[in-house]
Design a protein around this ligand. Structure first.
Ligand SMILES: *[C@@H]1O[C@H](CO)[C@@H](O)[C@H](O)[C@H]1NC(C)=O
Ligand SMILES: *[C@@H]1O[C@H](CO)[C@@H](O)[C@H](O)[C@H]1NC(C)=O
Ligand SMILES: *[C@@H]1O[C@H](CO)[C@@H](O)[C@H](O)[C@H]1NC(C)=O
Length: 419
């Protein structure tokens, strides 16, 4: 074959292999209603929690004034249960008139005035999971409506639809979003519904049409749920990591830090594993009522830097041994040509006392090939009851760690240059 032609083919393949709308070049960061606020619609009884203009405006104010926006959390999204049960006479979706008395464009404009971007939820099926109107027979008008409102992020769920339709329907809605001319981050629930039925989703196509996608179950407000999601991503992490990159990310679901279900150690563990997986960082908590240590964790600059690392390489779990899982992510080298890594050790054992672990660098797939001068190591989430030691025995590098029960030790390794 002519070499020019080969080059051309390669270019075509690589340029069309991932969604190219200029968005989500690093994992999206923001806030989403679902895990904390669900489908609460009774504003008379629960005025501070119902899905409403008031909740979104209040949260937008807090994101701008409390340092979240500055730290990188720039999307604010409404999940399900925002709509009227009926479309209007032009078949357009309508925001619930009691809870969004000024309509959705007003909310989007307000969010934009704070320097934030606005996200909304739809469903590919006939109904949303909460029973509100779905998009299936109204794709074009819904894409247009979102564009007209000034939406920047669309999450498209997958309730009430034949799974067989997804492989065509999700790409089609993505193309309709594109046609509006307004760049909208496209979050797809496409693979999770398929994986749940034991199908292997068409990731070549998913990467090409979605900026992010849900792989596994909805997160709940408990360590059991976080642990279960970690196990799914851990078992599948080498495969899943190959799908992620600038513009397209796996989504292990929202951060539940600051809510009722996680201790401080467990919250650190969620944050550490999510940044290593290059998952979107979407908080779902009451930002007006969050304890300072949880807020600080969400705003931790060093963790956010790992999440947003420009290499855009998702990490994975090389090993789980005696109830400690280890997660590694390659990040931009501090010293050129020399690996920098984030390494998290999560202790899944909850029986009350910090747990000892002992690992070789080989087991953790950490490179010690020549020229190797060791690593500088920094503890990014120090705790007085945790520690780590690196030593060499029989020519092999080893880690010894002590990790809190359902906690995490998060280290940043920077390969040393030769002295
Ligand atoms: C639409 O898709 C084209 C081709 O991938 C891309 O260059 C453009 O930025 C997209 N526009 C929007 C608004 O998403
Ligand atoms: C380091 O990187 C530079 C520039 O990319 C390259 O020329 C050099 O060969 C690399 N050195 C090593 C030891 O890999
Ligand atoms: C760690 O493992 C190595 C090899 O099995 C062993 O020599 C060493 O004693 C272990 N360290 C501890 C503290 O158990």
């Amino acid at each position: 074959m002519d070499t020019k032609l080969v080059f051309l083919v390669v270019c075509l393949v690589s340029s069309s292999s991932a969604l190219d709308n200029g968005l989500a070049l690093t994992p999206p960061m923001g806030w989403l209603t679902w895990e904390r606020y669900r489908c609460i619609t009774d504003c008379a009884y629960r005025p501070d929690e119902c899905i409403s203009e008031r909740l979104i405006l209040k949260t937008a104010d807090l994101m701008a004034s409390e340092g979240y926006l500055e730290a990188g959390y720039d999307y604010i999204g409404i999940d399900d249960c925002w709509a009227e049960f009926e479309r209007d006479e032009n078949q357009r979706l309508v925001a619930n008139k009691d809870r969004f008395p000024n309509g959705m464009k007003y909310v989007a404009d307000y969010v934009h005035s704070k320097g934030l971007k606005f996200g909304i939820y739809g469903d590919f099926g006939t109904l949303t999971c909460g029973g509100y109107p779905g998009t299936l027979n109204h794709m074009e008008i819904d894409a247009e409506t979102f564009g007209d409102w000034g939406v920047d992020y669309v999450k498209l769920d997958g309730c009430y639809v034949d799974i067989e339709l997804m492989d065509e329907g999700y790409p089609l809605f993505g193309e309709l979003l594109n046609k509006t001319g307004r760049p909208m981050l496209y979050s797809c629930s496409w693979p999770v519904y398929q994986e749940e039925l034991g199908m292997m989703p068409d990731f070549d196509s998913i990467i090409k049409h979605c900026n992010m996608w849900r792989n596994y179950d909805d997160i709940e407000d408990s360590w059991r749920s976080v642990d279960d999601i970690m196990e799914y991503f851990g078992k599948n992490s080498k495969r899943l990591a190959t799908y992620a990159g600038p513009g397209h990310w796996n989504d292990p679901d929202m951060l539940i830090i600051g809510n009722f279900g996680l201790s401080y150690d467990q919250s650190k563990a969620q944050m550490a594993v999510w940044v290593i997986l290059a998952g979107p960082l979407l908080m779902s908590t009451d930002l007006g009522d969050i304890k300072p240590e949880f807020k600080e964790l969400l705003l931790n600059k060093e963790l956010i830097a790992i999440s947003q690392d420009p290499l855009g390489k998702a990490g994975y779990r090389p090993l789980k041994k005696s109830q400690i899982s280890v997660w590694t992510r390659e990040i931009t080298p501090v010293v050129s040509n020399r690996t920098s890594l984030a390494v998290a050790f999560v202790n899944h054992n909850d029986n009350g006392t910090p747990r000892f672990g002992n690992f070789t660098f080989e087991e953790l797939e950490i490179n010690t090939s020549e020229p190797f001068n060791g690593y500088d190591i920094e503890d990014l989430l120090p705790s007085s009851t945790q520690k780590y030691t690196v030593y060499q025995s029989n020519g092999r590098y080893r880690f010894e760690v002590l990790v809190n029960p359902t906690g995490v030790l998060l280290l940043k390794l920077t390969a040393k240059a030769s002295s």
